[in-house]
Ligand binder design. Sequence first.
Ligand code: 5GP
Ligand code: ZN
Length: 115
Amino acid sequence: MEKDCIFCRIVSGEIPSEKVYEDGTVTAFKDINPVAPVHILVIPNRHIPSLAHVQESDRELLGHLLVALTKVATSQGLDQRGYRVVVNTGQDGGQAVGHIHFHLLGGRSMAWPPG
Ligand code: 5GP
Ligand code: ZN
């Protein structure tokens, strides 16, 4: 728990959010500024700054997170038509919040390449 981290404070409930899934390892909640009809952030409860900070010891955690993400996608009705998962990383990746998060985007067709 990093006291200055918005997402750590969302996990703890100190900052309110619309959670759609949580267990002892990960939390999924609605993005405050959605860019698609479904826009959910899936995060590990433990503070990891970014994908670039992931270590061997995070292997099980990240597997758990992806399995949880697919469950959330299905519960949101996205599994038939599909969806996009985005992990903005660092400065060039456009990462604004320094707690690793997986954007789950769906409910519309996505363009490629991204901006
Ligand atoms: P990034 O640009 O770091 O990949 O994405 C950060 C995301 O966090 C943005 O989509 C932004 O809307 C979302 N966000 C930032 N602060 C909050 C907050 O306090 N609550 C929620 N639910 N989402 C937030
Ligand atoms: Zn954090």
